[in-house]
Design a protein around this ligand. Structure first.
Ligand SMILES: Cc1[nH+]cc(COP(=O)(O)O)c(CN[C@@H](CCC(=O)O)C(=O)O)c1O
Length: 308
């Protein structure tokens, strides 16, 4: 197949890629009733390792709660299945996509007797927004679409149905010649990207929208806050950031499991700082990559080695 992998784990079974199918009347397909994760295995100095995997599995279980989905597999089983998927396909680094969804039994919004299905896929995935983006940054557009309010849907649960909002915002940006969107919340303050959290640097201090801004509680966001503070920076992680503050930022960057640390060099018609990756962004990004590729022995608790 085009993703260069051939096995998927489905509720306890390793199945061939082409057999990993679901019925067209699957509840999740009709109503967006699924929760998922995005994590990475990195090819570190000490071998392939899952980055902050426990936090990702915890969030997967947390995301199930509002929808009363029962995964029916333990953390350990999901972890072993993921490691086995990576071993079987000889992958040293890859992206990991667990998915839990209401399956096929009956339709109607109520999932009453639909089974909860759990699958895990892994595949090689490079720089989410392109190799050039990591070094040179990207141009982003503030979307005309607002983020769902957390009072309307639990934006802290990584729900598949939420991503139509991400698609609308991201495709609007790309249609207009930008690489990605920034999405404001219903109050008109900065929330995040379609698939990323956002950080702002001003006068040597770092800011990122607080968890009450209708954002996903990002694991990379959490790691970058810890790294930045350990580097000695003041990080404000409970603030609201207005749309106008994007224009006067010295630096901006996205974080995410897929996006890693991606600098933002332009927002609509406004150049950010010098129009390149900012110096503090570069320092944090370089440290992040040193950490995930284990060129430093700091944060060892964040790594779960595949071969172990
Ligand atoms: C809306 C959103 N906000 C923030 C983040 C960053 O969270 P974290 O990965 O825990 O640091 C992600 C991850 N987006 C995932 C899905 C991307 C996709 O295209 O699908 C990802 O980065 O894997 C989001 O989807």
């Amino acid at each position: 197949d085009e993703m260069d992998v051939d096995t998927i784990w489905m509720d306890g079974e390793f199945v061939d890629w082409e057999d990993a199918q679901t019925h067209v009347l699957t509840h999740g397909l009709h109503y967006g009733t699924g929760v998922f994760e995005g994590a990475r295995c990195y090819d570190t100095e000490n071998g392939p390792a899952l980055f902050r995997w426990e936090e990702h599995v915890d969030r997967l279980f947390q995301s199930c709660k509002p929808y009363e989905m029962e995964i029916g597999h333990s953390h350990e089983e999901l972890t072993e299945a993921t490691k086995e998927l990576i071993r079987r396909q000889d992958l040293s680094s890859c992206y990991i996509r667990p998915l839990v969804y209401y399956g096929y039994k009956s339709l109607g919004v109520s999932p009453q007797d639909c089974p909860t299905k759990t699958t895990i896929a892994v595949w090689p995935w490079g720089a989410y927004l392109g190799e050039d983006a990591i070094e040179n940054g990207i141009d982003v557009k503030v979307s005309s679409w607002r983020k769902h309010a957390s009072s309307q849907i639990p934006t802290n649960a990584k729900t598949t149905g939420l991503y139509v909002n991400s698609l609308l915002a991201g495709e609007e940006a790309r249609r207009n010649g930008f690489a990605e969107a920034i999405v404001l919340n219903k109050e008109g303050n900065v929330a995040e990207g379609p698939g990323e959290n956002i950080f702002l640097v001003r006068d040597g201090e770092i800011f990122t929208p607080g968890l009450s801004e209708s954002i996903l509680d990002g694991i990379t966001r959490n790691a970058v806050i810890r790294i930045a503070r350990d580097l000695g920076y003041t990080v404000h992680d409970t603030v609201s950031i207005s749309r106008g503050e994007l224009n006067t930022a010295d630096e901006l960057f996205f974080t995410g499991s897929a996006a890693e640390v991606t600098p933002i060099k332009r927002v609509d018609n406004v150049t950010i700082g010098e129009g390149t990756r900012g110096p503090i962004t570069e320092e944090i990004q370089q440290t992040f990559f040193d950490v995930v590729e284990r060129r430093t022995d700091e944060y060892e608790e964040w790594f779960d080695y595949v071969e172990a």
